[in-house]
Each structure stands twice: as C-alpha cells, then as structure tokens.
Write a protein that binds this ligand. Structure first.
Ligand SMILES: Nc1ncnc2c1ncn2[C@@H]1O[C@H](COP(=O)(O)OP(=O)(O)OP(=O)(O)O)[C@@H](O)[C@H]1O
Length: 282
C-alpha cells in the first residue's frame, strides 16, 4: 500500500509479503521527529536541520528547450533523430517522455543532461545555455546540479548501499564531514534505513533502484534525469520508485524528467510529452 502525504507525515511503502523487508518507511525529512519534540531547544535544532536539508523552492522553468534538432552521421549520409523539440519543465515537476522504442527519448534526455549537444536549437537550464557550454562546463554543471538514474541501476557491485552513495558525495567534492549525515538521510529517504550496509546483490531490483536514487540525489542536484527507471521492475516495485520520486520532489526540491514505456505510471506525472519519430505530438 502506498500513500503520498503531506510533508509532516510519513510515506509508507509496503513491499510484497515475500520481500526481505515487508515494510519500509520513507520518512519525510525529520518531520516525524516534530511530534515527539517537547524540548524547545531540541525543536530548534531539528527545525534548523530540516531547513538545511530542504533547499529553497524555485519558481519558473528550470529547463527550456527550443526547436532542438539532432542528427547523426550514418554511412555516407545522416539520420535525423530529433526534429524540432520544444518543451518547458517547471521547477518541482515530474515530467515524463513516452514513446515507442527508437522515437528519440534517450537522445533528448542525454541533451537535457548536457551529455550530448543539439545539432541546432537551444537548451536553457536554470538560465544557462547548455547548447553553448564547452565540455568542462558541462562536466561541472552535471557534477553540481544534475543527477542521473538508469534502467540498469549502475551501482558498483562490490560496494554496499552506503558506500555507493558516499562515493557520489566524494566525486561531487562534498566535504567529508557531511558524508555520514547526508548518506544516512538519503538512504532513509528512499526507505532503505535498515539495509544501508547490504551490497547490490543482496537487494531486490526495486531496492537497488532506490539506492541508485539515493546516490543520484546525494549531492543535492536540482534536476534528476531518469532513463526508463522502472523498466526492469514489476508493477509494485515500479510504484515504489514512483512514490519515492514524488517524495523527493517535495523534500529535496528536485525536478524530475524521465522516459518510460509504462502506461501504468503516467498518471503520477505532472506533464507527459509523447514522442513519435523525433517530434512531440498532442
Ligand atoms: N550516436 C548515434 N548514431 C546513430 N544513430 C543514433 C545514435 N544515437 C541514437 N541513434 C538512433 O536514434 C534513434 C533514437 O534512439 P533513442 O535511443 O533516442 O530512442 P528511444 O526512444 O530512447 O528508444 P528506447 O525506448 O528503445 O530506448 C534510434 O533509431 C537510434 O538508432
């Protein structure tokens, strides 16, 4: 059973009866602690911590895409994959790109994350022209402001959930004294407070994907890009991942843009773009 609740409540994510973790709690940043705090000084510490953990809410578009085209050289000619894409993603939205295999979803997602450049057109991310930045600036921007989630989780198999998340903080240049609290916070946020020291092979697919989410948000990105994040999961685990996405949009003030083939999860999106042969329809 899954509920999406106000910030001061808990979100319960209940997995199957045969799951190693019958019930995982996804706690919304320190909120449950508020109910048991009687001491004023302690309450102030908790409130300060919650404020620190929850970045300011931004308003307006975080991403603007204008007439983006992308073609690739193939053989002696070229293939046009994106044929004039226009889109706007507002801060705090969950936006989905749906479409048949080969329609161009991943090609667009790569461009939104600065992994590839349009052949023509513009992509603006928080006021910065991604289409004009050089490789070094793209790398810095990705490191600081963008998180990626992939269909195949992309976790390091010999590292525990904790170590996987910690690694992303190291790579983002976050000071070591912040690692412990941030790793704990992120893993609790995705409902894995009790499985922090398991390695990927000791976790279910849904749990591995939730570790990947914790890893992707650890450095506090503004934008999370997810390529088919539920494609390898059954419907219940897929729903858990979507519940976590909804939760982190509220608590981490992140904006999410994801691709999907799965019609059952479209209803939780704030906006759905349907792509057909390199263009949006409808
Ligand atoms: N580097 C490249 N060189 C040549 N063709 C490419 C390149 N990258 C993508 N394509 C082609 O662009 C088209 C769109 O690919 P893309 O991966 O964006 O589709 P998709 O909608 O994400 O598909 P799927 O749902 O299967 O992941 C495909 O026909 C693919 O072969």
């Amino acid at each position: 059973m899954m509920r999406w609740l106000r910030k001061t409540e808990k979100v319960e994510v209940q997995s199957g009866a045969d799951s190693p973790v019958p019930e995982a709690e996804v706690e919304v940043a320190s909120a449950s602690e508020e109910t048991v705090i009687e001491d004023t000084a302690a309450a102030e510490v908790i409130a300060a911590r919650a404020q620190e953990e929850e970045p300011e809410k931004e308003t307006g578009p975080i991403l603007s895409v204008k007439e983006v085209r992308r073609s690739f050289p193939v053989g002696g000619g070229e293939i046009q994959v994106l044929k004039g894409i226009n889109m706007e993603v507002l801060s705090g939205q969950l936006v989905m790109l749906k479409g048949r295999s080969g329609s161009g979803k991943t090609t667009l997602l790569n461009m939104l994350g600065g992994l590839d450049q349009p052949t023509s057109g513009e992509i603006w991310f928080r006021g910065q022209p991604l289409h004009e930045l050089n490789d070094d600036k793209h790398t810095l921007l990705r490191r600081d402001q963008i998180g990626f989630i992939f269909q195949a989780y992309a976790l390091l198999p010999l590292l525990s959930a904790w170590e996987n998340v910690e690694l992303s903080l190291r790579m983002a240049g976050v000071p070591p004294q912040e690692w412990k609290r941030r790793v704990t916070h992120c893993l609790e946020l995705v409902g894995l407070g009790k499985r922090m020291f398991h390695r990927p092979f000791e976790l279910s697919g849904g749990e591995q994907q939730r570790v990947a989410i914790a890893k992707a948000i650890a450095h506090r990105p503004k934008l999370l890009l997810a390529d088919e994040p539920t494609a390898n999961l059954d419907s219940q685990m897929g729903a858990q991942v979507m519940a976590v996405f909804k939760n982190i949009i509220q608590t981490e003030r992140v904006t999410i843009c994801m691709t999907t083939h799965d019609p059952t999860i479209l209803e939780v999106a704030d906006h759905v773009y349907e792509m057909v042969d390199g263009k949006f329809i409808g």
